[in-house]
Design a protein around this ligand. Sequence first.
Ligand code: EAX
Length: 324
Amino acid sequence: MHLRTIIAATVFGIGLAATAASADELKAGYSLPPTSHYGVGVTAMNEELTRLSNGKWTIKQFPANALGGEREMVEGAQIGTVDIVATSTGPVGNFVPDTLVTDIPFLFKDYKHAHAVLDGPIGQKILDQFPKHGLIALAWGENGFRNLTNSKKPVKTPEDAKGLKIRTMENQVHMTAFKTLGVLPTPMAFPELFTAMQQGTVDGQENPIGVILGAKFSQVQKYLTVSQHVYSPALIILSPSVWNKLSDQEKGWFKQAALAGAKAMRQKAEDDAANGIEELKKQGMEVTPGVDATAFQAALKPAYDEYAKKFGQAKIDEIRNYKY
Ligand code: EAX
């Protein structure tokens, strides 16, 4: 090799290192395509963070489980191999048990109720628990109200659901609920789900409309029940390996950027929930437009007793009866 080439390469190498030190590209992972609520949320967060920090930080997106399932991404944030994760609360309760109370079925009446609780003192108290579990939670985002799909039959009543083999998230609260309903709950990481339904390992799953659309589940599921049986919060999580190096002002930028991301995420999740059912019909799904929520709640009574024991009835009532 020519000496000049070596010098050029060395200079170029130093140049790269200098750029990396002054502008940091953060790795953000999530489970859905870039067009999803997570993609829209992380894009908005990136715009705001880039603006506030004058380009010191930018976010590179790794959509569609490229960095692993949600549990793996959260582990990655703990050890510093992933910087930012937009995730449902699904597996988060295994890291920060205080989030589990938010996963109770029929706990939140509507979006406003969920936002008021999560953005208020109750939600903040949960976010405050993250650092002692090796994580930073910057903001509550949104996955949305979950709906049941399956490949076997239309489901309208709790009776109809009995005996179906349904994939659940790796979440104790959800598993308790589905077991109580008499379905066969099969906890499974999201990246394995499409194939499991294609191969008939499970009959169905449940997710918000935006997820069902984004993950193309209409290709392997015939029946959609707009059951809205549980609100699924999302979180924007940051690795402490990033957070611990920030000044107070920079921490403020990250929070502000995450809040902008969460706002855009909610908007997109809610737009998809409102407009996506028509699209799923076009894709061939047969839709049961709603369920008798009271009948489902009655069938869930033993599960509610278990939650009361686990979380305390007062805590659940505080959320259920929150004034907004
Ligand atoms: O966050 O695992 C799930 O069903 C989640 O709702 C999905 O990954 C979107």
